[in-house]
Design a protein around this ligand. Structure first.
Ligand SMILES: [Zn+2]
Length: 421
């Protein structure tokens, strides 16, 4: 094609070429359409063969009025089992695109109890309309059987509407990476040499947010806006308007598994996936499944390890072994994966840094250094809650509740607080 383009000026009458440039272009377009049809057939054939070989494979598709492939969703064989285990919180990323056919590529992922990403399913869509997303979410629910509790995703009005209609009871939040990835386009021209400082301030406020109440966040946000003179910025104002969807202080009552916030499979520059054909695309998805689930053999809650890597080696690698004689630590050691146990130890190791202050029916946990946030812990024998909502948010007990267990001579973690991961 390049050769013919280079020779486009050669007139047909000269006898140098027996056709015009437009003849070649027409042929190219015709072949491209034929190739696309073959690719669509190849994709459906691949899914049907996979389903015949393993009934756990899930897939479905829609055809347009011309009976051409429109949308397709599929979940490879191990994914349905992983979804059953780690259904609570998922990421739906709709920001990828298969360049060859200019089709949005959607992936559904979660985090296993080793902190590793697991793939639940993926889809190729014709477009990003509300109708298409409604089909996608309805299909996902039908095939995967159970709804998640929380969905983390990009800020997309049509997707938000589809989630609201198909999954009205779940918590929908925005992924912070998708928000901050737009910052350079939004703020560089306005802030110029103050841009880096603004980003640092934003992240500082965002990272502090978990220990702040949302009232404190709302107090501090205007101060940052004043500092950078962003009153007139529609993006800064928009961020504040949608604060309930991205500021952790507003989300602490909902379950977002640890590690979900680290989701970023591809670099920003490779968000448009260059895939020459569906077969190579399927190969990419297959590799993606392997990459995301490389540690899946260790995903049992009972920690029944398979393969050649022993728990001992993983513990050495992750630095998780018993540090105290506390029955609470031993119990956690027995039921948690090394990854989760390491997180438990991080919290348990800090219990000695706090002072417990009883004030009538309220108990406050105060850090030994001054000027720190106190957490309120409530215990009514049956249940125990902490104002930091670490358990509700991450599924792991916080240091405040662990201090309360020790204070009340509770040496067995109640079953309702068995870690969710
Ligand atoms: Zn707490």
């Amino acid at each position: 094609m390049r050769f013919l383009t280079a020779n486009r000026e050669i007139p047909k009458d000269d006898g140098a070429l027996p056709f015009f440039h437009r003849d070649v272009r027409n042929l190219y377009v015709k072949m491209k359409i034929m190739h696309a049809m073959n690719d669509a057939m190849e994709l459906l054939q691949y899914c049907k063969v996979a389903k015949d070989e393993n009934t756990k494979v899930q897939f479905t598709y829609t055809l347009n009025d011309e009976r051409k492939l429109e949308n397709v969703f599929w979940s490879p064989s191990p994914c349905i089992n992983w979804y059953k285990k780690y259904v609570e919180a998922i990421v739906v990323d709709i920001t990828y695109r298969v360049n060859t056919y200019n089709m949005p590529f959607v992936i559904f992922v979660g985090v296993n109890n080793h902190g590793k990403m697991v793939l639940f399913g993926c889809a190729l869509l014709r477009n990003k309309t509300c109708k298409t997303f409604l089909w996608l979410m309805k299909t996902f629910l039908i095939l995967m059987k159970k709804p998640p509790k929380t969905i983390l995703m990009d800020q997309d009005p049509w997707m938000a509407e589809a989630i609201l209609k198909e999954l009205p009871l779940i918590k929908h939040a925005f992924y912070i990476w998708h928000i901050t990835s737009k910052f350079s386009g939004w703020f560089t021209a306005i802030l110029r040499n103050k841009y880096s400082s603004w980003c640092a301030n934003f992240y500082k406020l965002y990272k502090l947010a978990p220990v702040y109440t949302y009232e404190e966040f709302e107090d501090q946000w205007p101060q940052v806006i004043i500092k950078y003179n962003l009153h007139e910025s529609k993006h800064a104002n928009g961020l504040f308007q949608i604060r309930h969807f991205w500021v952790p202080s507003y989300l602490r009552g909902y379950f977002f598994v640890q590690g979900l916030g680290n989701f970023n499979l591809f670099s920003k520059s490779s968000r448009g996936l260059l895939v020459p054909s569906v077969s190579s695309y399927l190969l990419s998805v297959s590799q993606l499944t392997k990459d995301l689930n490389c540690d899946v053999v260790f995903s049992s809650k009972k920690v029944t390890f398979m393969g050649s890597i022993s728990r001992k080696k993983i513990e050495i690698k992750q630095g998780s072994s018993l540090r105290t004689l506390s029955p609470l630590e031993k119990q956690s050691y027995d039921i948690l994966t090394p990854y989760s146990f390491k997180m438990f130890q991080d919290e348990f190791g800090r219990v000695t840094q706090y002072v417990l202050i009883e004030d009538n029916c309220e108990v406050l946990m105060q850090y030994y250094k001054e000027n720190s946030q106190n957490q309120k812990v409530l215990w009514d024998v049956e249940t125990i809650t902490c104002s930091c909502k670490h358990f509700e948010f991450w599924g792991m007990l916080c240091r405040d509740i662990l201090i309360m267990f020790l204070h009340k001579d509770c040496y067995i973690i109640p079953s309702i607080y068995s870690p969710l991961r």
